[in-house]
Design a protein around this ligand. Sequence first.
Ligand code: MRU
Length: 393
Amino acid sequence: MLKAIVYESSPPSLRILDQLLLPYTTTYISIPNATAAFHAIRSMQVRGAPAIAIVAALALAVELATTEVSESSEEVAVFVKEKLDYLVQSRPTAVNLADAAGKLSKIVEDKAAQLSGAVGGDAVRKAYINAAEAMLVHDVADNKAIGRHGAEWIESHATRHEGKVTVLTHCNTGSLATAGHGTALGVIRTLHERSSLSHAYCTETRPYNQGARLTAYELAYEKIPATLVTDSMAAALMRLKGISAVVVGADRVSANGDTANKIGTYALAVLARFHRVKFLIAAPRTTIDLATADGSQIVIEERAKNEVTMVKGPRWDAVGADGSEGLEGNGEPKALENVTIKIAADGVDVWNPAFDVTPADLIDGIVTEVGVVEKGSEGTFDLRSLFAGKDED
Ligand code: MRU
């Protein structure tokens, strides 16, 4: 399985696959502390709601394990809280990071409260490290459960052709966006494992191209039958290619089911409704934000203009007149160094929201690790039921 996050507890280390360089180069970089994690998350060397939460949590675990901490439990708890508050500022829309920070802060506060303020610093440090490590383990198990529930729901609710389904996804929600397996891409992976998948389509996902660079890479890596399309082909695809369901991830699902996800998700939901294609959100419960009543309250990150005005990739060597120059032995053109090319007119204004909000009414189901919730008669979801018997914090 592809691994975006490589963590060792002894000796403590954290490395991430630099997703800015994929699919051209597979390079792991070391993340020894919270500052390195902040910059890797903001620059999108690691991205995807669950992955950024786990990298932030584990980077601080490595920092705590490799630096001297105070003997005072109170001081360690304050140190952890300050670092987590800082990490939460790295990207605003995905709630998983804030959710993880809130849970970890509470664990260290509770531990510090059990101990006398002047001693017990090491116990607080250990409590933090154990909790951060548990997040990595739970994410993979949760994703496998999401994959199973989502696959079963699609098999029983979406139109099938010769017993199989054809699914469209957006952005990247796979092993690269999580600790492993993935959410929406995990559902596709599971459909494939169950021999229920006829074909997967993935969108390019402009402007950052997570679909073309990352999802296409994961699908090709696992030999799942798949085709890449540009975002603007989605309507034609739904009309002509027998799409059974659209399955996407989420960065924040508000209490009524309105869902923030990668820009372009809303457009796919509108198209799916028109073409009577099922539309499924796949996300762990850590992506559900009961404190946010509806989508209008979700902060949408706006990113740099040059993500829209420029494209980045390897420069391909020109093919010589005889067709041989610049070609590898296998006939493929040789990739040269990475280049950035301007594709927009100078002086043009740019709007670059990284996410949009899909209204709950356009969503047929929300699948989490505990099952699928379907929409109520008022066009919204009762997501509180997912936390019944569980602390909602
Ligand atoms: O900007 P990104 O690449 O972090 O956006 C990622 C998405 O929108 C994903 O769909 C979402 O985070 C879910 S990842 C399992």
